[in-house]
Design a protein around this ligand. Sequence first.
Ligand code: GAR
Length: 202
Amino acid sequence: MHAKAPPSGKIGLAVLISGRGSNLQSIIDACRIDGFPAEIKVVISNIPDAYGLVRAQNADIPTRIVSHKDYTNKTDFEQKILGILDEFSVDLVCLAGFMRIISPVLITPWEGRIINIHPSLLPKHKGLHTHERAIEAGDTTSGCTIHYVTPGVDEGEIILQRSVPILPDDTPDTLAARVLEQEHIAYPDAIRRMAAQISKSA
Ligand code: GAR
């Protein structure tokens, strides 16, 4: 468990992204709601032109780019991220479409304080192409999962899930859109729960 105590009032978030950042936007929007128990301290992207960086800048949130391509090994890449997390008094790390598999170098110091969103009802359909696989498997339900990050990919304890039906004429794109609407509810909800837990343990 990370040793830091939360600041009084709101917990500090780091949001890690790789792309369009619609989940980041849902967290930005939630943080604007009166009484929401968290604020985003920094957005970190491994992709220099990720649109999520624009969303963060539009909300006056500090951004950092840590491109994996600038590092010859994963340890140095993750050490750089660890340094940024320390710089910004972060209490909770939120992976929101961060498309790198991370190792214990980054996970262990943040164990219990690093969470991810995955677009399936875990333990079903870990990894990529979840919507194609849910349809191909003949599933009638899909959804999203917020879970703790552990070294096993998409294997950490589940914090919450939200379900949607899979309709007979669904394509991966139509299903992805239906799941994404639920993702945007799930992430702020999970952060509320985590904030309550972090405050209790402080
Ligand atoms: C989301 O659907 C998220 O669940 C998924 O990437 C998308 C990011 O969208 N994450 C994963 O697949 C992680 N394995 P966003 O950039 O618009 O938030």
